[in-house]
Ligand binder design. Structure first.
Ligand code: HEC
Length: 134
């Protein structure tokens, strides 16, 4: 019987936590909580760091065939094939190059400032969640 007040308290606490959780997810759209929207998060990162060269006629697009200004371009990849493997950021060449895993001379963006850790996290998350056109 000594335990009862504690159990009641824990019960009340988890109800409160559940209520707060439900309220938050009801208020925020799923994507704001997820941070994995191509249109809202991914495209602006590519525009900031990559589009200058990876746009039709740009030096990166001319050399590799990779156009990073549209979803279709990102998914089509280079003239050698896709750079995004939906569901697997680790195997995606896009991330291999951004993270410098293929060596410093191949690191993207070429000769420019690295992406921030948060930008890389968003890209990884978007790819790992299926690289959708969302
Ligand atoms: C200053 C110009 C420039 C910028 C900015 C740039 N790239 Fe590139 N990118 C190139 C060039 C040039 C190539 C052609 C291959 C090479 O020279 O390495 C290339 C090639 C690539 C390739 C294909 C490599 C292969 O396997 O053929 C990928 C993937 C890539 N870039 C991703 C990116 C991403 C992602 C960004 C932004 C984070 C970016 N690039 C920014 C110039 C650029």
């Amino acid at each position: 019987m000594q335990n009862t007040p504690g159990k009641l308290f824990l019960g009340a606490l988890s109800t409160a936590v559940l209520t707060v959780g439900l309220t938050v997810s009801a208020v925020l759209p799923a994507q704001a909580a997820d941070g994995a929207s191509f249109k809202d998060e991914i495209l602006p990162i590519l525009q900031k760091h990559c589009s200058e060269c990876h746009t039709p006629g740009g030096q990166g697009q001319m050399a590799s065939g990779l156009d990073l200004t549209t979803y279709e371009g990102v998914m089509k990849g280079t003239k050698h094939g896709p750079v995004v493997v939906p569901g697997d950021a680790f195997l995606s060449n896009l991330m291999v190059l951004i993270e410098g895993r293929a060596g410093p001379e191949l690191k993207m963006p070429h000769g420019r400032k690295d992406l921030t850790n948060w930008e890389k996290t968003l890209l990884r998350r978007w790819i790992n969640r299926g690289a959708e056109n969302n």
